[in-house]
Design a protein around this ligand. Sequence first.
Ligand code: ADP
Ligand code: MG
Length: 288
Amino acid sequence: SIPLGFFGGIGGASKRGILVKGSNFLEALNDVEIVVFDKTGTLTKGIFTVTQIQETAEIPSEKIIEYAALAESYSTHPIAKSILKSYGKDVDQSLLKDYKEIAGHGISVKVDGIALLVGNRKLMETEKIKYKDVKATGTVVHVAVDKNHIGYIVIADQIKDDSKDAIVGLKSIGIKKTIMLTGDNNAIASEISTHLGLDKYYAELLPHEKVERLEEINQGKSRKGKMIFVGDGINDAPVLARADVGVAMGGLGSDAAIEAADIVIMNDEPSKLVTAIKIAKRTRKIVW
Ligand code: ADP
Ligand code: MG
């Protein structure tokens, strides 16, 4: 049977907007040693804005954003949302054929027989597109038409106001390691990691590489220690499932993540994790 104190703990958490799906997860929070975060939508707001549209001599910026918006029109990725917002017009989806969203890379689609590629460095490299390397502070979205690079868009996200409190709070209650995993580029990951004082980060990861890293990180804890993964659910359901305790952001998060998670933070504030661990510690004192 479940000791009564757990109901108090779960109830107390739910009053603070933290949904705990079972007493075993609340109990596990007592032994957390490592907290692994996803970046986009978890430590950052997950709301990008377009900061630059880089045109070339032949192709004006209006055309570049139009191609990008066409390609992104079926995607629910935060990157796609920002590009569609910046474009600001309706997209004629009837023109689109052979649409493919490639996780951790971007989009491949045909428009009126033209082959469009919209995505990151990895996408350009796998498709053997020649382009000049770009140094920009932001996420760079390259645009290629019929295998020719025609320009790029730079988009920027913001760190959540609450993220610093979360990291400081976790340290103050004795969490040994805070780590970030991201599919985004190294420059951004490094900047965020320094700003927040994370112990480590891994960038430019594909979804399956996030799972591999998580398993590696998991080797670094003690026998009874637990590892938490906190994500927003876009492409991270497999990582959520692999952690001892999977925590999802409920606001921006996808239904799949909320389903896969053991704990859901309703208002998307990562510092709620500190609150949850404190509740778990109080609950253990009452129960045992
Ligand atoms: P994160 O780890 O930050 O949550 P994702 O795994 O969702 O990021 O994506 C990793 C990277 O793959 C993005 O930073 C972007 O460069 C590229 N990417 C993913 N989806 C798209 C898309 N719809 N359009 C353009 N680029 C994308
Ligand atoms: Mg993500």
